[in-house]
Design a protein around this ligand. Structure first.
Ligand code: ZN
Ligand code: ZN
Length: 403
């Protein structure tokens, strides 16, 4: 070991941190600085020379490996705290980008000294900065999905801050028809704005997402809110009953401890088209669950028939609709969905007054269950009646939650 020490010390002035971290894998419960100092003491004792522990830098000059970084951590920490000042967070992580020069110095040192016990400069810096920030903020460093990522970019002499998304889950109700779930870019211009879309760049002036988005962003002081729905109802369908689950992914939030009750109230009192409920804090896994868990549905349909038809005949046909349905992706959506054949269950189909109530498995296209979609859905109400039938009005009464 002392051969390596001698070789390292002969390369030029080196700070205790950089000296110590070449032996970071030797012993535990020591800081690299303590390792460096211990090596210097033992070396001085063996050589019987003055040890100059505390003022080595004055005595020998600036560390050639880190350029004095480890002795100037406080100024970097201060710049990190300045950036953190405007953010609410429970935990954080520091990442450092080295200059080419620093990375090169490290390579030279390793090549010359042949040390095999070193800790890289980058990870030592990250840890030392993290320790100091923990102490000053009372917040914990966190390695998987920290609220805040601090990037100390030494090459550009900048400290950058990235706030990871804030996830809010909830359920929404939609009381009107003709409202899409998310913003829908104009088909003609792709969102740039044209005469077809009145320069809005959109197919519809509003969406569920846009009606809640601004309130969510102002409460979280975020940059952007991405909407993840548990499926979506047709634009012309209302979403009633217990609502449809969704997750909002809020990018770059400054505030995380959002008052959710207040946010619900603000959204719901700002307009009458949608309402949100059950707002709760969630995480990225909730997005996957919400998007990928097929949920059973209850629909209420108003149907029109090509010819007048007796209610008893409709009731009889609906009974026969219960069971397995074979459905090929409907013609109206096949341009944007895979052309697949699927088998879905109708649990019950009943007439209530003039309206039909369908309880079915998630993923069944209910409009085609009525129309038959040129025999792409079988059986269908149209095929069972021998009369063309079509959904005129559609409401979703329940999404998931046990039927
Ligand atoms: Zn150093
Ligand atoms: Zn347009």
């Amino acid at each position: 070991m002392f051969e390596i020490v001698t070789s390292i010390l002969s390369e030029g002035p080196i700070c205790d941190d950089c000296l110590g971290r070449q032996f970071a894998k030797c012993s535990t419960n020591l800081t690299n600085k303590q390792r460096g100092q211990a090596i210097r003491i033992v070396k001085a004792m063996l050589d019987n020379t003055p040890a100059n522990i505390s003022e080595w830098e004055d005595a020998y000059g600036t560390c050639w490996v880190c350029g004095g970084l480890f002795n100037n951590l406080d100024s970097l920490v201060e710049r990190c705290l300045e950036q953190l000042h405007d953010y609410e967070f429970a935990n954080f992580l520091v990442g450092t980008k080295l200059t080419g020069r620093l990375a090169e110095n490290e390579e030279i040192l390793w090549a010359e000294s042949k040390t095999t016990t070193a800790e890289p400069l980058k990870s030592a810096l990250n840890r030392e900065l993290g320790k100091r920030i923990e102490l000053l903020t009372g917040k914990q460093a966190e390695f998987s999905r920290p609220d805040i990522l601090l990037i100390v970019d030494l090459a550009r002499d900048k400290v950058e801050i990235h706030a990871n998304p804030l996830f809010l889950s909830g359920r929404y109700l939609k009381f009107v028809r003709g409202l899409p779930q998310t913003k829908w870019p104009c088909r003609e211009c792709g969102g740039k704005g044209c005469t077809k879309c009145n320069l809005t760049g959109k197919m519809y002036p509003e969406s569920v997402q846009e009606l809640m988005g601004p309130h969510v962003l102002s409460a979280s002081r975020g940059q952007d809110a991405i909407f993840h729905g548990a499926g979506r109802e047709d634009i012309d369908a209302r979403m009633l009953g217990n609502g449809r689950p969704f997750v909002l992914e809020i990018r770059s939030p400054h505030k995380r401890r959002v008052n959710l009750q207040e946010l619900e109230q603000v959204i719901n009192s700002s307009q009458k088209k949608i309402a949100v409920s059950h707002l709760a804090f969630a995480d990225h896994e909730t997005v996957v669950n919400v998007k990928n868990t097929p949920l059973d549905k209850v629909y209420r349909l108003r149907v029109i028939y090509e010819h007048p038809i007796h209610k008893e005949k409709v009731k009889e046909a609906l009974k026969r609709l219960e069971g397995d349905i074979e459905q090929t992706t409907p013609q109206r959506v096949v341009h944007r969905r895979a052309d697949l054949k699927r088998r879905k269950k109708v649990y019950s189909a009943e007439l209530e007054g003039d309206e039909i109530i369908i309880r079915c498995e998630g993923g069944l296209y209910v409009k085609e269950l009525i129309s038959g979609d040129s025999d792409r859905t079988t059986p269908s109400l149209s095929s069972l009646l021998g009369v063309n039938a079509k959904v005129e009005e559609l409401d979703v009464l329940q999404v998931g939650g046990g039927l």
